[in-house]
Design a protein around this ligand. Structure first.
Ligand SMILES: [Zn+2]
Length: 180
């Protein structure tokens, strides 16, 4: 999929990618973007300096996501049973995934977080790892109570009986692989 709204590939970078200065290793015809919530996770001076330089050199852009996109991301993440696995920063990145997937952009999500990789693959986006590998399958999880079988969305304790909520994979398909 592609559309006039996207110029080439868009790389969505999480904190691990920013720590590795991933944005500086990309070819000039792609755009690297992240969110301000992700940026807040970059605290060490060296990575922060690299991010600041990248921003001023136009090698990285911050794209804000609104509440509507966040809600949409929560819905997608709930469908996959990944809600309890994602931080606020992760959710903001998932919201960016929703945005670019909807706009039909060639989008590559760079993250070592397997839950985020799963969300990306579910949205038919490409996935690259920073230090870890990449998932090869999209897995949909059901979050159920071990004791009474109640189906929930998060891995807290069961609201019905107080039992432990566990994740069970229920649907699996092969993820798309980024063309070389
Ligand atoms: Zn229960």
């Amino acid at each position: 999929m592609s559309s006039d709204r996207c110029m080439g590939y868009i790389y969505l970078l999480d904190a691990a990618a920013l720590f590795a200065s991933y944005q500086l290793m990309l070819p000039p015809n792609v755009s690297a973007v992240t969110t301000s919530d992700v940026l807040r996770e970059v605290r060490d001076a060296e990575s922060y300096r690299s991010v600041e330089l990248s921003l001023s050199a136009g090698k990285l852009a911050i794209v804000e996501v609104d509440e509507v996109l966040i809600d949409e991301a929560v819905r997608v993440v709930s469908e996959l049973g990944e809600v309890g696995k994602l931080s606020k920063a992760d959710l903001s990145l998932a919201a960016l995934m929703v945005k670019y997937s909807r706009e039909g952009c060639y989008t590559v999500v760079v993250t070592d977080d397997y839950s985020l990789q799963n969300v990306a693959a579910y949205l038919n986006l490409y996935v690259l790892g920073v230090k870890r590998g990449v998932i090869s399958r999209v897995v949909k999880y059901l979050v159920v109570c071990e004791a009474c079988g109640f189906r929930g969305v998060s891995e807290d304790y069961c609201p019905v009986c107080g039992g432990r909520m566990v994740r069970k994979p229920i649907h699996v398909r092969v993820a798309d692989v980024l063309p070389k």
